[in-house]
Design a protein around this ligand. Structure first.
Ligand SMILES: NC(=O)c1ccc[n+]([C@@H]2O[C@H](COP(=O)([O-])OP(=O)(O)OC[C@H]3O[C@@H](n4cnc5c(N)ncnc54)[C@H](OP(=O)(O)O)[C@@H]3O)[C@@H](O)[C@H]2O)c1
Length: 263
């Protein structure tokens, strides 16, 4: 049984989103430390527990008796449209056994009026106001996210790039290590943000990508209008004071080679 706040023994941990980019690393790390890890997934066989936070199906069974919870599930493909309701469903399903829930969030969401970020902010508030002791960890964009975007546009005749954007990307595995360490410890409310080792202009990121993969051949800088574009150009999604990741974008791209991100 876990003793949160002191040395943690072996705990039963539920990881929502444990089948996703970040969650798969979190799951691996926690299993490696001997915890009994449950993974909630909508897809049969992708996790230990099949369930859907959108409908509530299977969620209570997955949560029952979980002492620690990492909430990394997000409706990322539809910009978190259902994230608030899904987070409420999870909180309602937790049993009294849950001593610590960690919610994974994104750096700068309170300063960038982007729809997905507003929804994440509402989730943070819900988690913080709930009776469950919690930690919120905000991370910068993962290398894997930029890789997914670039692998999509690299074969286009002209790959559009947000003009003037800079990113401080970090390896999902390094965020996962922080998540695992935090959830084993005492609930701290807002944890220190975590970001990658360097802030890079998107054009520099693409140059590295092209050097390894030969594409995209041509890019088109596209100005992103409005307050959202201005907030990103101002770098509110970066945290240079917490440049704690060690794997650089270049090292990530070199290791990926010509393969598919996530493969
Ligand atoms: N990607 C980034 O750059 C980044 C940066 C900072 C923070 N974050 C945050 O980190 C978290 C994980 O991001 P990610 O990029 O690893 O996500 P991802 O790869 O898109 O994975 C999303 C996960 O959410 C699960 N999920 C979605 N809807 C669900 C539902 N209705 N019921 C149950 N599970 C559901 C999916 O499980 P199934 O499909 O198997 O059901 C999947 O495991 C998110 O909260 C995200 O906002 C991401």
């Amino acid at each position: 049984m876990a003793t949160v706040g002191q040395a943690v023994g072996v705990a039963t941990v539920l990881v929502t989103g444990g089948s996703g980019t970040l969650g798969a690393h979190v799951t691996g790390i926690l299993r490696g430390r001997g915890h009994e890890v449950r993974v909630l997934s909508r897809r049969p066989g992708a996790g230990t527990h099949q369930g859907d936070l959108a409908t509530g199906d299977g969620v209570r069974a997955a949560a029952d008796g979980a002492e620690l919870v990492v909430h990394a599930a997000s409706d990322t493909r539809r910009m978190g449209r259902k994230d608030l309701a899904q987070t409420r469903t999870l909180l309602d399903a937790l049993s009294p056994a849950t001593a610590h829930l960690l919610y994974v969030s994104i750096v700068g969401i309170d300063r960038i009026p982007y729809a997905y970020y507003r929804r994440k902010l509402a989730c943070e508030a819900l988690v913080g106001a709930s009776a469950v002791p919690s930690t919120i960890l905000r991370a910068t964009q993962f290398h894997e996210l930029i890789a997914l975007v670039l692998s999509t546009v690299e074969r286009w005749p002209l790959a559009p790039l947000p003009a003037g954007f800079r990113f401080q990307t970090i390896a999902a595995a390094e965020v996962a290590a922080r998540v695992a360490a935090l959830v084993e410890g005492p609930p701290v409310g807002r944890a220190d943000d975590v970001g990658g080792p360097e802030v890079l202009d998107v054009s520099a990121m693409v140059r590295r990508w092209r050097a390894v993969r030969g594409r995209p051949r041509r890019t088109l800088p596209v100005p992103v209008p409005g307050r959202v574009g201005a907030a990103f150009r101002a770098g509110h999604h970066t945290c240079p004071d917490h440049a704690e990741g060690s794997q650089t974008w270049a090292a990530f791209v070199d290791a990926l080679g010509v393969g598919a991100p996530g493969a």
